[in-house]
Design a protein around this ligand. Structure first.
Ligand code: NAD
Length: 494
């Protein structure tokens, strides 16, 4: 079993507290690696390295073009190591190898896109309304960024957060989830191989309440970018206020996937299944509320249930597996608890509804049955709270107005799906839904060039796309007078 240390200032260093944590393989139900248990001292060491790199040395004096070239080199190294990194992440969080291969082969595009953007961060010259004055803006890196990531897609979140931050000229300290840190630690070695100067990319592992909280508190961290649950996000938001940090939050969801009777039902059924059963439902964008127009509700429900029933649970490394294990024991219990809540509320279970039956292939892992409830009403907890598992609630609606009302009746606003052949309806729905992303006749599509993030309790800020880099910049306004006139009256505003 390999033991991993922190990655600070370009090298792997042991935790100052001398303690390590087991990292579990969710499929086998056994520890497969150990990660350092960091505390405030390790975090301080990493933040100091990141601060030094910001203020002096090669990173501070590098041109934006040189910065971009390093990022392109890193992209090539990730591409060359995609298979290895994908397998590591499967061992760490139980995601399907097929899904992780796709993610890792796509991951380099974030470094290429933002690497290309690094030397296109332009300020503006203002046609200023005062005589003999030159006024312009510069966009400067915000400073040291603390990145806290969730366990469901650690390397994807590194790309989303660190590529724009590093393009902006920031340095980063990443604190990955204690349940899936190994891929981030392996990725760190690639930043060194790419030639990133020491201190630009650092990783401190450990528990949220110890290492994570210390990162949020550290006075030399300028910005926290967080992906995780809304409860932790709210706590971090309040905590970060004490040191006036900038905060970006990517949180949970209860996304509506809305099916109208004029759509292609087969495509919509596939979209409904991929929306909720992909990644064993452990995605923030899970389309966990399937809103179906009453006129097709019975026939569409049958289609979705038949497709869901065909999902094969098993070893996430196997190409024919559709449903892998739940990543943590706590998450497994949470899913089972929500199934009991749904039953208690009177929802009707038409698929699954409990832990998976044991079999030779499922020993060790915490597997749940892909589950579908009908007769769900919008007031039920199963329709309002994020389960973060393969549990779908089907809710009927009559018309567009009711679909919008139910779709928006949630504290969340991360994503929504709309299935229709009517272009006018697609436009009206995409405008009316309060969600950071609306997919029409597709679901779960993402890209490095498309902003991603939530409205309402689903978060603050956007990742990916050009606007992501602005979230790691401060705008400075520079005023220069070249007036030869006598000094103005110092007691009035200029
Ligand atoms: P979590 O909130 O428990 O943990 C996220 C990260 O924060 C981890 O690194 C954790 O160690 C750290 N952390 C926990 N407590 C902390 C504290 N007090 N101070 C500082 N750091 C702390 O979330 P999770 O269980 O790892 O992930 C699941 C959640 O993430 C779900 O709610 C899901 O919806 C959300 N998520 C959101 C997105 C998105 O982009 N919007 C993507 C994936 C997951």
């Amino acid at each position: 079993m390999k033991t991993y240390d922190h990655f600070i200032d370009g090298e792997y260093v042991q935790p100052l507290g001398g303690q390590w944590l087991d990292s579990m393989d969710p499929y086998k139900g056994q520890p497969w690696a150990q990660i350092a248990r960091g505390d405030a001292r390790d975090v301080d060491r990493a933040v100091q390295a990141a601060s030094r790199a910001m203020s002096s040395g090669p990173w501070a004096s590098m041109t934006a073009t040189q910065r971009g070239k390093l990022m392109l080199k890193l992209a090539d190294l990730v591409a060359a190591n995609a298979e290895r990194l994908a397998e590591i992440e499967v061992r760490d969080n139980g995601k399907l190898l097929a899904e992780m291969r796709g993610q890792l082969n796509y991951h380099p595009e974030w470094w290429r896109y933002f690497g290309g953007l690094a030397d296109k961060i332009e300020g503006a010259v203002m046609p200023i309304d005062k005589p003999d004055m030159m006024a312009f803006t510069r966009h400067e890196p915000v400073g040291v960024v603390g990145a806290l990531t969730a366990w469901n897609s650690p390397l994807l979140f590194i790309a989303w957060k660190c590529a724009p931050a590093i393009a902006a000229g920031c340095t980063v300290v990443v604190k990955p989830s204690e349940f899936a840190s190994v891929s981030t630690l392996e990725f760190a070695a690639l930043t060194r191989e790419a030639g990133f100067p020491n201190g630009v990319f650092n990783v401190v592992t450990g528990l949220g309440a110890e290492a994570g909280s210390a990162l949020v508190d550290h006075p030399d961290v300028a910005k926290i970018t967080f992906t995780g649950s809304d409860a932790t996000g709210a706590r971090i938001y309040a905590q970060a206020a004490k040191t006036m940090k900038r905060v970006a939050l990517e949180l949970g969801g209860k996304s509506p996937n809305i099916v109208f009777d004029d759509c292609d039902l087969d495509k919509a059924a596939a979209g409904a299944i991929s929306g909720i059963f992909a990644a064993t439902g452990q995605t923030c964008i899970a389309g966990s509320r399937l809103l179906v127009q009453n006129s097709i509700k019975d026939v569409f429900t049958q289609k979705v249930a038949a497709l869901g029933a065909s999902a094969r649970k098993g070893d996430p490394m196997r190409a024919d597996t559709n449903i892998g294990p739940v990543t943590t024991p706590a998450q497994f219990q949470k899913i089972i608890d929500y199934m009991a809540i749904a039953e208690g509320e009177g929802a009707r279970c038409i698929l699954g509804g409990g832990p998976a039956q044991p079999s030779a292939e499922l020993t060790g892992g915490q597997f749940v049955e892909p589950t579908i409830y009908t007769d769900v009403t919008p007031q039920m907890r199963i329709a309002r709270e994020e389960v973060f598992g393969p549990v779908l609630s089907i809710i009927g609606f009559e018309d567009e107005a009711e679909a919008i009302a139910i779709g928006n009746d949630t504290i969340y606003g991360l994503a929504a799906g709309v299935w229709t052949r009517d272009i006018g309806r697609a436009m009206r729905m995409s405008k009316a839904l309060k969600a950071g992303t609306v997919w029409v006749n597709t679901y779960r599509a993402i890209s490095y060039m498309m902003p991603f993030g939530g409205m309402k309790h689903s978060g603050i800020g956007r990742e990916s796309g050009i606007e992501a880099v602005r979230q790691y910049l401060e705008t400075k306004s520079v005023w220069m007078s070249y007036s030869e006139d006598a000094p103005a009256n110092p007691f009035i505003m200029r």
